[in-house]
Write a protein that binds this ligand. Structure first.
Ligand code: HEM
Length: 407
């Protein structure tokens, strides 16, 4: 019945939740011939899929959802040499590489970033404090996570603008349906980005410093069989994306929800101790990896539906997080909700997001500073919020805020 389910349809992008509620109720797991994928919508099923890595492989997580043009494929084949290392890699390789990543992504490395994050947020707010209107995506929620993850990796500050430019539109490339000309342009950017990562890792190999990449290099130098230079380059490449658009989109959506439910925004301004709960509800309500993928390694029954081996699964995390079987009154945005942290926004199991503490810290500081310094913020009325046109990452392209209360 939902054969024609289209994750790029305009009404779905604007508000997917009523459509997902109907699908979840009527056909929670089904085959879409249009997509050649099996959408899965229930919390219970998606959680099980995330945790059973032997039946549900991550091999396709980074493969373009829609076919690429030949010219774009040729450009990638000539210069974009990533190999499965992180989210699209299965054990045993994944287990070995992830253990080193988690070690290098230590609580210490995150904790020392706290003052840096606060300094960047303060500077960003200084720039907008006296403006009547601004786009919070452009001013804060996009630049902050990008700057912080690049800083953590060790990319020099002077390269940041160039890197952000190269990274732009990757969402549309892998998860959307861009035109042939756009694909060619983005493929060239991807090659340049990969080249940059290769040269950057080589520079840290020659001269390690005090950053995440250099920690991985030290592991390599101690035992090259434990972690190769190619694996480190792949990790750096993956991390620079994984820690970037994800946090941008959740943060923008969360600010939108809080200002739409203004009484909850005001509660946060009055009592910042509520911020961690608001963050969990924001993560539940608007996961930025709105869908994710797996491929079955053998025939399996999912929610009572028989699925063959080699089936591509489209895990609708946005639906799981609004499943009434798990979250009572799921369409109500409520920062006081108990049990919001049962969301699947950071995945589960062997691939679960090890950047979650950093993402939460960035959102905490953003909300602390915005509520303290700009309590009068409102959404610009009647704006037509547009969402990124792709099948995975969900978040507003722009979000205009009214700060005329500062006058
Ligand atoms: C709100 C922001 C974020 C969201 C919603 C998010 C979401 C996710 C999800 C759903 C996964 C699981 C993928 C899978 O099962 O295949 C994942 C994995 C991952 N995340 Fe995040 N993430 C966020 C922030 C970050 C940050 C800040 C970093 C690092 C700086 C990061 C790095 C990673 C990495 C490297 C993986 C792959 C782990 C593995 O395969 O072992 N993420 N993330």
């Amino acid at each position: 019945m939902h054969e024609r389910f289209d994750p790029l349809a305009t009404d779905y992008l604007a508000d997917p939740f009523p459509i997902l509620a109907a699908i979840r109720e009527e056909t929670p797991v089904f085959y879409s011939s249009e997509l050649d994928m099996w959408p899965v919508t229930r919390h219970e099923d998606i959680k099980r899929i995330f945790t059973d890595y032997e039946t549900f492989s991550g091999a396709i997580t980074q493969t373009p959802v829609y076919p690429l043009a030949e010219e774009a494929k040729d450009i990638l084949a000539a210069g974009f040499h990533t190999t499965p290392t992180v989210s699209n890699c299965d054990p045993p390789k994944h287990t070995r590489v992830r253990a080193h990543n988690v070690k290098a992504f230590s609580a210490r490395r995150i904790a020392v970033l706290e003052p840096t994050i606060r300094a960047y947020v303060t500077e960003m707010i200084d720039r907008i404090l006296h403006q009547d209107r601004f786009d919070i995506v452009q001013e804060v929620t996009f630049p902050l996570p990008a700057t912080i993850v690049f800083n953590l990796i060790g990319f020099p500050e002077s390269d940041m603008e160039m890197l952000k430019g190269l990274a732009i539109n990757r969402m549309a490339f892998t998860w959307g349906r861009s035109t042939e000309a756009e694909q060619v342009r983005i493929a060239k950017n991807q090659v340049d980005y990969w080249q940059y990562c290769t040269e950057f890792v080589a520079s840290r190999l020659a001269e390690p410093k005090d950053d995440f990449t250099s920690d991985l290099i030290r592991t390599h130098l101690a035992d090259p069989d434990e972690l190769s230079v190619d694996e480190i380059t792949n990790v750096v490449h993956a991390l620079s994306f994984a820690g970037h658009e994800t946090t941008t989109n959740v943060s923008s959506s969360m600010i939108q929800r809080l200002l739409t439910h203004r009484e909850q925004w005001e509660e946060l301004c009055a009592d910042p101790a509520l911020i961690p709960k608001a963050i969990e509800e924001g993560l539940r309500f608007d996961p930025s990896l709105f869908t994710w993928r797996r491929i079955t390694t053998k025939p399996v029954s999912i929610g009572g539906v028989e699925v063959p081996a080699g089936a591509k699964l489209l895990l609708l995390v946005g639906s799981a997080n609004h499943d009434p079987a798990k979250f009572p009154d799921p369409e109500a945005f409520n920062i006081h909700r108990s049990g919001a942290q049962a969301h699947l926004t950071f995945g589960r199991g062997i691939h679960s997001c090890f950047g979650a503490p950093l993402a939460r810290l960035e959102m905490q500081i953003m909300l602390e500073e915005l509520t303290a310094r700009m309590p009068g913020l409102r959404l610009v009325e009647d704006q037509d919020v547009q969402y990124h046109v792709n099948a995975c990452f969900r978040g507003p392209v722009e979000l205009w805020l009214d700060n005329s209360a500062h006058r």
